[in-house]
Design a protein around this ligand. Structure first.
Ligand code: SPQ
Length: 432
């Protein structure tokens, strides 16, 4: 196997200017799934044409939905959930946990037989977190390693509503159960430990589906069938986070990321950077559906260490690798805890962040549920791997801007999972 490697160079001044980032990954996935289940034609704009979301499109194409994708514009013509066809071949989820978990919730509820598989990373991520509650609803799903892992075989049927107290903090599990509840019989209630991203609850009503939210309790009635809707996807705060942190840690920086989704279940990175003393202004400019959208302005300011824990963690779970980099540039100790979910992402992100940042000269100690980082460290030249994890790859690219010398990044191509034009946008903001 040929391992690709790229050289990343430091910069000698701050980053400045305005930038937009591609559409939100979580919202892009959900818009394709809900539109595919809806009767009629739905149009999605500012869709994220990254590898993960393209997997979701391909899954529904293989179930007979007519989907036309032209860059960031997607048109979905469906005859509704009752007309989905059995896929002729095993369906491939690639690297995408969101596709795997949400689509399993759908397929378990329909009278279709489907086999599903993923890439090596996804094949090691837990599927029992959705198989267990779906089985309580009556689902018939078999999977590798005692129904824990992909590949899985699903013999779909009408499921029955349940009340489920979630043992894990996961929007994917919540969404899979809600979708199965919507397609099944009776009433389904999901009770969360802490609030996770709520795009499913926010978006289903736009497709005509009733969802009741009462604090951490979400209830959906069975037998509901979505109708078509048009969705405009806001910019992805998880992608914006790389530029926000770059501006927060590189002296002389002043940037604005425009048109970013500011749903409060996703803005933990802003809260965390503010806790560390960052100079950030957020302006809500409009709402799309019920999702607030706006601009985030960051001016460089010295950072100090802080504690990141509890309810804050789900609101920045995917931003923890880049936040850990910010912590290496903050004076004092940063503690990240309650983040054990990081161990079951595209890679074990606790181990990967500790390994990569240590190789770059930072002082990072791995904990069972997080990291302890002592700053401020001078980052040095090294060769590091992305672990085939897009968020680790982009974190390394931002680290390279501040390093003393060049950083060699291997397996950078995985960045296309969520941000195909990342290096182009990075070049743009560096050169402004
Ligand atoms: O889709 P996938 O592979 O799970 O992607 C990640 C990411 O970093 O992009 C996590 F690895 O995002 C998840 C996120 O961590 C996307 C997501 C969603 O759209 O519902 C929810 C979170 O996962 P979870 O397991 O906490 O629900």
């Amino acid at each position: 196997m040929i391992v690709k490697s790229m050289t990343l160079r430091p910069i000698d001044q701050g980053i400045t200017g305005e930038i937009t980032v591609p559409g939100d990954k979580s919202i892009s996935h959900r818009s394709v799934i809900f539109a595919s289940l809806a009767s009629g034609t739905s149009t999605i704009t500012n869709f994220l044409a990254g590898e993960d979301c393209l997997r979701t499109i391909n899954v529904f194409r293989s179930l007979g939905v007519n989907i036309d994708q032209d860059g960031t514009k997607v048109s979905i013509k469906s005859d509704g959930v009752g007309r989905l066809k059995e896929a002729e071949c095993p369906v491939y989820f690639g690297n995408s946990g969101t596709t795997a978990r949400l689509v399993t919730g759908v397929l378990a509820s329909l009278p279709l037989f489907t086999t599903c598989y993923g890439d090596p990373s996804l094949s090691n991520r837990p599927m029992d977190r959705v198989i267990t509650p779906l089985s309580k609803m009556g689902a018939n799903i078999q999977g590798r390693d005692n129904n824990r892992l992909l590949p899985i075989a699903i013999s779909g049927k009408t499921l029955k509503g349940i009340t489920y107290e979630m043992p894990v903090k996961s929007a994917q599990v919540k969404s899979a159960i809600l979708l199965a509840g919507m397609l099944g019989e009776g009433e389904t209630t999901v009770i969360e430990q802490v609030k996770t991203r709520d795009h499913t609850e926010q978006m289903l009503p736009r497709f005509g589906v009733g969802v009741e939210v009462e604090g951490l309790k979400i209830t959906i009635k069975g037998g509901q069938r979505p109708h078509s809707a048009d969705i405009a996807v806001p910019g992805d705060i998880s992608s914006a986070a790389f530029f926000l942190v770059a501006a927060a840690v590189i002296p002389g920086s002043h940037i604005t990321v425009k048109d970013v989704g500011l749903n409060e279940t996703r803005t933990g990175i802003i809260t965390a950077l503010e806790k560390m003393g960052a100079n950030i202004q957020t302006t809500v400019t409009r709402t799309i559906g019920s999702e607030p959208v706006g601009d985030i302005e960051v001016k460089y300011a010295p950072l100090k260490g802080s504690i990141m824990e509890g309810d804050l963690i789900p609101a920045l779970i995917d931003e923890l690798p880049i936040l850990a980099l910010a912590a290496t540039q903050a004076e004092g100790k940063t503690i990240i805890k309650d983040a054990e979910e990081l161990r079951v992402k595209e890679t074990d992100r606790i181990a990967a962040v500790a390994d990569v940042l240590t190789k770059l000269g930072a002082d990072v100690t791995e904990q069972p549920d997080g990291l302890i980082i002592h700053g401020k460290s001078v980052l040095r030249s090294a060769e590091v791997d992305s672990y085939m994890d897009h968020r680790i790859g982009m974190m390394v690219a931002i680290a390279s801007l501040l390093a003393e010398g060049n950083i060699q990044l291997t397996n950078s191509e995985c960045i296309a999972i969520s941000y195909p034009d990342f290096f182009k946008d990075l070049e743009y903001i560096i050169k402004k």
